[in-house]
Structure formats: structure tokens, C-alpha cells
Design a protein around this ligand. Structure first.
Ligand code: ANZ
Ligand code: ZN
Length: 802
């Protein structure tokens, strides 16, 4: 037997698969399709991380298994290559970002290929390829034409270091998600996409998909739908109404003050009446330095200023109530003003305590000297005139009716979700294909002129005023209006990195199509994606954005389904051996290339699947890697102990159990327990000292999705016909997964003396015969008499002697 040499056999099989196009996928209407999708990587300069192979191996296992089961499997890979890290690297090193991207993609591809994934590389996509982004631009134009893309002068989140506008989603705790620098607000005219128009469908259609519960919850929380009412309070001695949003119209009788966001327009509107205007302006100035996150943190000490000289009138009882400004009310949510009910809202309660404002009870049962009473399930109204005695639910309903009848307010649904800031003032992104004409306004580039490609430039830095580098390229900027032919100017902002990944899974179905983003045939056959696995960090943004684009494409008749992904799962991270996130600064980064070189791709794959519960994070362990390599060494040695024949009786139950368990576990993210079962199987074989040819076939097939190279090699070495990748998945017989003989303890006067092996279904007479045939039976009885015998079926045989 030759030594196990992964280097030799892995390269050989990878070459074979590639040359024979073994994993190429084609539409085949006779076969059921299966579309398995993993998130395509951003080709960074650091190359592949050991975190990447975890999800890729997982779905590779499922893809390989489904092929054995006769499905036409689409399992593609590509690169999400626009974006800041590449651009920043290009600026620093004076290399064109396209070249940086090409080098990084080449490196990633080599690394991915060395891991033996069964991707159909003929379908590779790259979001920076003009043939690809032509369609990203096309989709944007369709949205523009439908009024879903609009320009808005809004304060945007501005990263002081990247010099780029960020969406709310890209701001984490007041800092830039990418570089960690502080984010400030800056007013800029930006292209926006109206994702809010899809908010309800993005929540409601989750009913139709099979996502992990926590993923659904994240989507729902991010959209943040709340049902409530908008209610008008009159400003005292004026004809102006102060509009507020509340989810608790039932508590209107409990309002003791109002709060405006410091940016609320009424402060300037009523500036002549406000006695302490300077104080309020000063407060507003201070607040502008804080992020929304800091402002809304629950634990923070409440601050605020009473507006002197301005009061509101409560529409339900005409009571005069004071108006305050405070930063816990955000201008960007609801109407930027609230009615405060300190008796039943915790934030209002804290505020009222701090500033000594009245706290009224309108829901029975709380102890308002301690805290706000916020229970809405059991609450019953009090001190509330026509609502007294009603439950919260009934009172809400009655109040909606009353407000509507009196013309004071109406039902209103609010969302936390904001429209998507779609402009970036950067070079390395898809140019936004719009032209500004003084006469015609914003005009789309003619579709036949797509792709609108990026011009060659000398340097990629944004301009100091924050304009995109494209603004400096006269030949790009100056054009003619596609509508009237007069001189006009191009938009110089580019799209955000999220654009290309919002529809890439569609392009994989027909990646070389020059006439459409994909043919109708291909979309009908392959979509929706059957199973999408990706990181938890992408289950809000990317998932939401791509579901939005998909729904839009559905509305305009391009894609056949409402949802892009039928099933979404997520994997945990691989951490450093110290349990912390891998990072250069911690010095705990593992390079997958080193593991492949030292132990082989099959070991890395096996290890990453065996490392622990797939959905949880797990620390790297060199010993764990070595253990998986030893397992494969023992698998390799099987070639020396092959005997002829089918499944042997002593292996029958374990074999059927193993097929059953491994088949189930691969489909349910339980890769670690599947591998543990295969290890048990191998141990049993080793204790028998041999493996029959049929047993070997089954074992190699079951292990193949995890360790595809060593198993192909052993298949060939064993002289089985054809190639392992051409065979089919083993079937199990449910009846044979249970042991059909069982051990029965035999008890004499309450003490177990020996056991007998009998068929599971054996009756008393049959068991009695076996018991009495044992020598040990005669030893026990000797000169005594058997006075009683009881058989508890399957459990115990009881004998009483005298
Ligand atoms: C009165 C009230 C009484 C409220 C009560 C709650 C409990 P969600 O569920 O997040 O939508 N609110 C409204 N606009 C706000 C803003 N711009 N900034 C901060 N808070 C705002 O929350 C809705 C509730 O948050 C609203 O209902 C309002 O307070 C507050 F016992 O109105 B409520
Ligand atoms: Zn024009």
C-alpha cells in the first residue's frame, strides 16, 4: 500500500473533474433541479480565510448528495468585486482597481479550486465585469422608470475617513461599518431606492419561505412595522396642529406633556413665541453631535428642555399640556413628535421623574411610584372617560373610531425601515446611468447604450468637496441629452457595493446571456434558489436588499416567483484558537493554504465540518485538524482489508443505520454528527479486521461529499467500475436499521444471573426454550423447583425458585 499522499491525489482528481466537466450543470427538463447557493466572496487582498470553506463545504456536501440522488444541481460561484477595500488599495499602490480585482480573483479561484468544491465554474460571475453590470444598471433603470429611484436632499451618514455616504445599515454604533471612523451627518443630494414601498411584502411574504426563525425575526425587526395612530394636538392660541405618532391611542387620557425632536420644524416656526429660544437652539446644537444610537440608548440619562410659552391641547379632554424638546425623540421616526404617557411608557416615565412632571394612571394595576406599567395584555382602562373598564385592545379600537369620527386622527402604520441611500461618491462601482438635462431633468441612458462603463482615470480619490472622482473627468461628464439632444451632464455617483449582490443568483442561471439578465427559460427552470446559506452578518441587509430587487423584478414580469430564496440557513464563525475573532492584530489567523499543504483539502473539509454545531461559532484547534487527518489515514488503510461479498450479517444493522443517519444529517446541518457516525462505522470495521466490497462502496459514497478526493481514489484503487462520482446514493431499509435480536436478562429470585439472545418478536415459549437450554439455567436450579415464570416481553425473564 502506498502512503496517503493528499497532494498527489487531490490535484489529480481536481484536474479530472475539471477536464471532464463533471460538475457542469445544464437545464434538463427530465430531471428535478436543485439550486444550492452560497454567498460569493469579496476578493480581498488577504485571500481566502478559513471561515470561507465552512459554508462552502456544507453546501458542497448537499450538492454532491443531491447529484447522486439524480437531481440536476446548480451550485455556482462568483465574485462580488466592487467596493472600497479594492479602491483604497488601488489608491495607495497606484494600481488600477480592475487589475487589483483581477489579481485577487485569480488568487481566490486557485484557493477555492484547491479545496475541491463541486462548483460549476463555467457559470462564474464577477460583478465588475461590464457584461454583468450592464444588467445591474438595467435593473436600476427599470426602477427609475417606475418611480422607485429618486433624488433626495437628505442628511446622510458621512464617513469622515472613507469620505463616502453610508446607508443606515452601514453605520454601526455611530461608526463606519468598514473602517470604524466616526460618522457625521451631511446634507447631500443622493439617489435613493424606495425599499419602503415593499416593507409590508418583505414582512408578509416571509410566511412562504423556510428561513431559520432567528433570520425571519431579524428581517421583521429591521423593517420594524408598528401599527398605531397619527393624532393631531392643537397648539394653544394658534391654528397649527402638532401631529404625533402613537402605538397606544388608548392612553390619550394619560398624556401629561409632549416632546418634540430638537430638529422639529415647529421650533423655528414658533420662534417668536418661544421665550427660551436660545436655550433650545443651544440644546439642538449639542444633540447634533450625537448619533441616533447614542440618543436612543435606553440606559442613558434623559436630557431635555421645556419650551417656554408654547402649549398643546389634548383633543380628548381639552387639557393644556406643556411641550418639551428631548433627544430621545428622533426626527427621522414617525412625525418627530410624541405625546408622553409616563404612567405607561418607560422612557417617558424616566423623563417625567427627572423633570418632575405629572405621572397619571390610565391602566389599572401598576405601581406608578416604582415604574411605568406597560402590560398591555391584562390592562383595563381607568381615568379615561368613555374608555373606562375596557381592555387595552378594546380601548384602542374604540379610540381609533372616535379619532376618525372626530377628524382628529387616523390609523397609521410606521416602519423603522428607511429608503436605501443608493449613491456613492466613489470610483470603483457601477456608474449610475442617468443624465441631467436642464430642459428634461433626469433622463435615463438609452438601454442600447448599456453598459455605461467606467472611464479610465489617473487617480481614484474622491474630490475634497466629496464629489465622486468621476466628476473630474470631463469626457465622462459632458454628454448630450438622450431625449432632446442638447448638451447635458452625466450623474457621477456610482452604486453601492450591495447593488451587484442583489441579483447575482439570477445571473448564474444564464451567465453569458447578452440579450437579457437571464433567459426566461433558465429563470423558469432554475429559480427560486432552493437553499441559500450565508453568514448571520448578511441576514439583514443583503437579504433584505436582494428580496426587494427580486420582488421588483417579479412585479415587472422578469422573474417567475415572489421570493428569491426558498430556504435560508446560517453558519457560525470559525474563531482563533483563543476563542476570539481571527484577526491580524491578534496574530491568530489561520491560512487555509497552509492547512491544505500540510494535511490536504480533505482534512480541512472534514475538520471544518466536524468542528462543532454548524450554526455555532467554534474555535480553531490544531489537534482537531490532526485528529481528522488520522481518521482519513485509517480510511486510506481500508484498501488493505477488503474482502469479497455483500453486507455481512454482523454489519447489517450498523450499515443501514449509518446510511439513514448520514443521509438525514447532511440535509439538516448536522455535519458533525454525520462524520461521527462514519467514524463509528470505521471503528466497527477495524474491530472486525475487514470490510466487504459492498460495505466499502457504501462507506466511500457516504463519506465522499465531505472528503471527495480520497474516496474517489480508494474507489478506483479497489477496482470498482467507473467513477465514484457517477454512482448513486445508497438506500437503506428501515426494518434493517433496528437490531432484530435482543438481549434478555434472566432473573432468579430477584437477581439477574445471565442473559440470553432471542429474536425481538419471540414469545414466552420461544424464550423459555432458549433460557432452559443454557447450562447456567441448570446451575441455578440445582435441587430447587421452579414455581413461577414470567416473561415481560423485550425486557426480562423472571423465575421464582423454591
Ligand atoms: C404614547 C405611548 C404610550 C407610547 C405608551 C408608547 C407607550 P414603536 O413601537 O417603536 O413604533 N415614538 C413615536 N415617535 C417617536 C420618535 N420619533 N422618537 C421616539 N419615540 C417615538 O414605538 C412607537 C412609540 O414610540 C409611540 O407610541 C411613541 O410613544 C414613541 F404607553 O405614544 B407612544
Ligand atoms: Zn433634454
Amino acid at each position: 500500500m502506498k502512503e496517503y499522499n493528499p497532494k498527489e491525489i487531490e490535484g489529480k482528481w481536481q484536474k479530472h473533474w475539471e477536464e471532464k466537466e463533471v460538475y457542469r450543470c445544464d437545464m434538463d427538463s427530465n430531471k428535478e433541479k436543485f439550486y444550492a447557493l452560497v454567498e460569493f466572496p469579496y476578493p480581498s487582498g488577504q485571500g481566502l480565510h478559513v471561515g470561507h470553506p465552512r459554508p462552502y463545504t456544507a453546501l458542497d456536501i448537499v450538492a454532491r448528495k443531491r447529484r447522486y440522488q439524480g437531481q440536476e444541481v446548480l451550485f455556482p460561484m462568483g465574485f462580488d468585486a466592487f467596493g472600497l477595500p479594492t479602491e483604497n488599495y488601488a489608491i495607495k499602490n497606484h494600481i488600477h482597481p480592475a487589475l487589483v480585482t483581477k489579481n485577487n480573483v485569480d488568487h481566490f479561484k486557485d484557493q477555492l479550486k484547491a479545496l475541491g468544491f463541486s462548483f460549476d465554474w463555467s457559470r462564474e460571475v464577477n460583478t465588475t465585469d461590464p457584461d454583468y453590470y450592464k444588467w445591474t444598471q438595467w435593473i436600476f433603470l427599470q426602477m427609475f422608470k417606475k418611480g422607485l429611484a429618486y433624488k433626495s436632499e437628505i442628511p446622510i451618514n458621512w464617513c469622515t475617513s472613507c469620505k463616502v455616504g453610508l446607508s443606515n445599515e452601514e453605520v454601526v454604533n455611530g461608526s463606519c461599518e468598514r473602517c470604524g471612523s466616526p460618522v457625521v451627518h451631511k446634507v447631500k443630494s443622493q439617489w435613493m431606492l424606495k425599499i419602503t414601498a415593499y416593507a409590508d411584502r418583505l414582512i408578509d411574504d416571509l410566511e412562504d419561505v423556510d428561513y431559520l426563525d432567528r433570520i425571519k425575526a431579524q428581517q421583521i425587526n429591521w423593517i420594524g412595522r408598528s401599527y398605531g395612530a397619527q393624532v393631531d394636538f392643537m397648539v394653544e392660541d394658534s391654528d397649527k396642529k402638532l401631529k404625533i405618532f402613537t402605538t397606544r391611542p388608548d392612553t390619550l387620557f394619560g398624556v401629561s406633556y409632549m416632546v418634540l425632536a430638537p430638529e422639529h420644524p415647529y421650533i423655528e416656526e414658533f420662534k417668536d413665541r418661544i421665550e427660551n429660544l436660545d436655550e433650545i437652539r443651544k440644546y439642538r446644537e449639542e444633540v447634533s453631535k450625537k448619533s441616533e444610537f447614542e440618543r436612543t440608548e435606553l440606559s442613558k440619562e434623559k436630557t431635555g428642555v421645556a419650551i417656554k410659552g408654547l402649549y398643546a391641547i389634548n383633543p380628548v379632554n381639552q387639557k393644556k399640556i406643556p411641550i418639551w424638546v428631548s433627544d430621545y425623540v428622533l426626527m427621522s421616526y414617525g412625525t418627530g413628535a410624541i405625546m408622553a404617557v409616563p404612567g405607561h411608557d418607560s422612557r417617558d416615565y424616566e423623563f417625567a421623574k427627572k423633570f418632575d412632571l405629572p405621572i397619571l394612571s390610565v391602566i389599572k394595576g401598576g405601581d406608578l411610584s416604582k415604574e411605568a406599567y406597560t402590560d398591555i395584555e391584562d390592562g383595563v382602562l381607568e381615568n379615561s372617560d368613555f374608555l373606562n373598564g375596557l381592555s387595552v385592545k378594546e380601548a384602542k379600537e374604540k379610540m381609533y373610531e372616535w379619532l376618525e369620527k372626530e377628524g382628529i386622527g387616523e390609523r397609521h402604520t410606521n416602519y423603522k425601515l428607511r429608503d436605501w441611500v443608493f449613491s456613492r461618491q466613489r470610483y470603483w462601482g457601477e456608474p449610475i446611468p442617468l443624465v441631467y438635462c436642464d430642459d428634461c431633468g433626469w433622463v435615463p441612458v438609452d438601454e442600447k447604450d448599456l453598459p455605461l462603463t467606467l472611464p479610465e482615470v489617473e487617480n481614484y480619490e474622491p474630490t475634497d468637496n466629496g464629489e465622486s472622482p468621476l466628476a473630474k473627468i470631463d469626457s465622462f461628464v459632458h454628454t448630450t441629452c438622450p431625449k432632446c439632444g442638447k448638451p447635458a451632464k452625466r450623474e457621477t455617483d456610482t452604486m453601492p457595493q450591495w447593488a451587484g449582490s442583489s441579483w447575482y443568483y439570477l445571473r448564474y442561471t444564464d451567465p453569458h446571456n447578452a440579450e437579457a439578465l437571464a433567459s426566461k427559460e433558465a429563470l423558469d427552470y432554475f429559480t427560486p434558489v432552493d437553499w441559500y446559506n450565508g453568514g448571520m452578518e448578511h441576514t439583514t441587509l443583503h437579504l433584505l436588499y436582494s428580496r426587494f430587487w427580486h420582488k421588483f423584478l417579479y412585479d415587472i414580469g422578469i422573474v417567475p416567483t415572489k421570493e428569491p430564496y426558498m430556504k435560508r440557513t446560517s453558519h457560525g464563525m470559525i474563531l482563533g484558537d483563543n476563542g476570539e475573532k481571527m484577526s491580524k492584530s491578534r496574530g491568530n489567523v489561520i491560512n487555509p493554504d497552509d492547512i491544505v499543504n500540510q494535511y490536504g483539502a480533505d482534512t480541512l473539509r472534514t475538520y471544518e465540518m466536524f468542528i462543532g454545531d454548524f450554526e455555532k461559532s467554534a474555535p480553531w484547534s490544531d489537534n482537531g485538524v490532526k485528529g481528522c487527518r488520522r481518521f482519513l489515514e485509517r480510511v486510506w488503510k481500508l484498501q488493505d482489508s477488503i474482502v469479497d461479498g455483500r453486507i455481512r450479517p454482523e454489519m447489517e444493522v450498523l450499515t443501514h443505520q449509518t446510511i439513514k443517519k448520514v443521509s438525514f444529517d447532511y440535509e439538516h446541518l448536522k455535519f458533525n454528527t454525520a462524520i461521527a457516525q462514519l467514524m463509528t462505522y470505521l471503528n466497527e470495521i477495524n474491530s472486525l479486521g475487514s470490510i466487504s466490497r459492498e460495505e466499502l462502496k457504501i462507506f466511500l459514497t457516504l463519506l465522499n461529499p465531505v472528503a471527495p478526493h480520497i474516496t474517489e481514489e480508494l474507489w478506483t484503487l479497489a477496482g470498482f467500475e467507473g467513477y465514484l462520482h457517477d454512482t448513486s446514493w445508497p438506500e437503506y431499509d428501515e426494518a434493517k436499521t433496528v437490531e432484530d435480536s435482543i438481549e434478555i436478562p434472566v432473573q432468579f429470585n430477584g437477581k439477574v444471573r445471565f442473559t440470553v439472545k432471542v429474536p425481538r418478536e419471540a414469545g414466552k415459549e420461544e424464550v423459555e426454550k432458549v433460557v432452559k437450554a443454557e447450562d447456567a439455567f441448570a446451575d441455578q436450579v440445582r435441587d430447587k423447583n421452579v414455581v413461577k415464570e414470567i416473561y415481560v416481553p423485550g425486557r426480562i425473564y423472571n423465575i421464582v425458585l423454591k
